[in-house]
Every structure is written in structure tokens, then in C-alpha cells.
Ligand binder design. Structure first.
Ligand code: ATP
Length: 222
């Protein structure tokens, strides 16, 4: 039997409830066996100097997912060369895995809009089935139409059918997800919010406080 494994790559700086909802939505809607959450050691699309060190992002991810049996944190990008390109991670996973596995790459629509700039995106789209989630406030629909046109996909409701045999179909997840981003959380913390930050797990907030991340304002935190 084929094992269906979801992969959610990201910077997770910090992980938030939108990430968890996204992983769970993919798990449930597509009957996946599990989802691997893979923090990028060197995210190619983000300015490396401004990203929190890998060990902290990894620890926060472990905190946030510890009670979810089917969400597994993977350290593979910590051992691969940086920048962390998804195609290299998938090739590495394929080489490691001798079982019959199919990979589902979970991605927000904002990241998907840039897919044509990803390393070896054509090969990637032949190896993994993309599961794309909407993000409220996303406006670049023209870019999404360009992706479909460029790659020759035929849009069929929540599914994009590949017209090229080397590409896999693309699915759009239906579950509504929280409107939260790591950016908004970093901004809330830096501006002194100290209680109930929307979309942030309490254990992760405690970790941030303990390790003094995101220019936290001590005088405003109990
Ligand atoms: P930042 O605000 O720093 O850019 P982010 O919140 O987008 O961060 P990432 O770690 O960069 O978080 O995202 C990892 C993946 O999760 C990306 O594919 C992104 O589109 C997706 N994602 C993050 N938050 C949400 C959300 N609230 N709803 C749907 N997808 C999300």
C-alpha cells in the first residue's frame, strides 16, 4: 500500500496556529498518514540575517506540535546544504525512503504564487502533489493564473489537471484557515503585546519569552 506523506516546509519564525491548521487540514482532507514539518535551515526566499537561528525555530516547532500524533518535526534541512531548496529535500527523502511513498507538498497560496522562481520547479511538480491553501487577504490572483498558463494546467474547480504527463495534478484545500502570519506575530511581540497573542501557542510564547526572541519588551511582560 502507498503511504501518503504530507510535507510542510517553512521558516516557522515563529510557528503559529495557521501552520498547524494548515497541516491538519491537509491531513484530514487528503487522508495523509502523517505530515512532516520541515523548518528551513536557510530559507532561500528570506533574508538570512533577519531569520531567527535554526535551533530556536526548531525548538518552537517541537513545542507547538508535541500533542499532535500525526505531525512530525523533521530536522533534515538542518543537515543539508543551505539555502534549503525544496527539490533537494524531496530528492533526499526519496533516496532515504525505500518504501512505497507518495509525497504531498503543502503550501500557502502566497508561496505558491512564486513557484516559478523555485529551483527546478518543473521537476518538483513531477515528484510531489501540491496541496495549496488559500490565505485571507491574498490578492495576487494574476500570478496564480500565470502559473497555470505557464505550466499548462487546466483549472477544474479545486483541482488543476496537468496536461503534461510529467507533472502531477494540484489540489486546493477547502478548509478555512486562520488569518495569521509569523510577521504579524513578530510585530505584536516587538510592540509589547504580552498576553493572548492571536494565533500563537502559549508554550511557544513562553519559549520566546525565555529566550528573548523578537526584541521582546521585558517591562511589559509579567
Ligand atoms: P512570514 O510572515 O514570516 O512570511 P509565514 O506566516 O508565511 O511567515 P512561513 O513559515 O513562511 O510562515 O510559511 C510556511 C508555509 O505555510 C508557507 O507555504 C505559507 O504560505 C503557509 N502559511 C503560513 N501561514 C498560513 C496561514 N495562516 N494560512 C495558510 N497558509 C499559511
Amino acid at each position: 500500500m502507498i503511504q501518503k506523506i504530507g510535507i510542510l516546509g517553512g521558516t516557522f519564525d515563529p510557528v503559529h496556529k495557521g501552520h498547524l491548521q494548515l497541516a491538519l487540514a491537509a491531513l484530514n482532507e487528503c487522508s495523509l498518514s502523517k505530515v512532516l514539518l520541515i523548518p528551513a535551515a536557510g530559507p532561500p526566499h528570506k533574508h538570512s540575517k533577519s531569520v531567527t537561528p535554526y535551533n530556536h525555530r526548531l525548538a518552537m516547532l517541537k513545542c507547538a506540535t508535541s500533542s499532535f500524533k500525526k505531525l512530525e518535526v523533521s530536522t533534515i534541512e538542518g543537515n543539508l546544504p543551505v539555502p534549503s531548496y525544496t527539490i533537494d529535500t524531496i530528492r533526499f527523502l526519496e533516496a532515504q525512503n525505500t518504501q512505497n511513498v507518495s509525497y504531498y507538498f503543502i503550501i500557502g497560496i502566497d508561496a505558491f504564487a512564486d513557484i516559478l522562481s523555485w529551483k527546478s520547479y518543473n521537476q518538483l511538480l513531477g515528484k510531489v502533489t501540491l496541496l495549496v491553501a488559500n490565505r485571507r487577504g491574498f490578492k495576487k490572483h494574476e500570478m496564480i493564473r500565470n502559473v497555470a498558463m505557464n505550466l499548462g494546467y487546466v483549472v477544474d474547480g479545486a483541482k488543476w489537471k496537468a496536461s503534461n504527463a510529467h507533472l502531477k495534478d494540484i489540489y486546493f484545500l477547502q478548509s478555512p484557515l486562520l488569518e495569521v502570519s509569523s510577521t504579524s506575530i513578530r510585530q505584536s511581540i516587538a510592540s509589547g503585546c504580552c498576553e493572548n497573542i492571536a494565533g500563537l501557542d502559549q508554550a511557544v510564547f513562553q519559549y520566546i519569552k525565555k529566550h528573548d526572541l523578537y526584541a521582546i519588551k521585558h517591562n511589559s511582560i509579567r
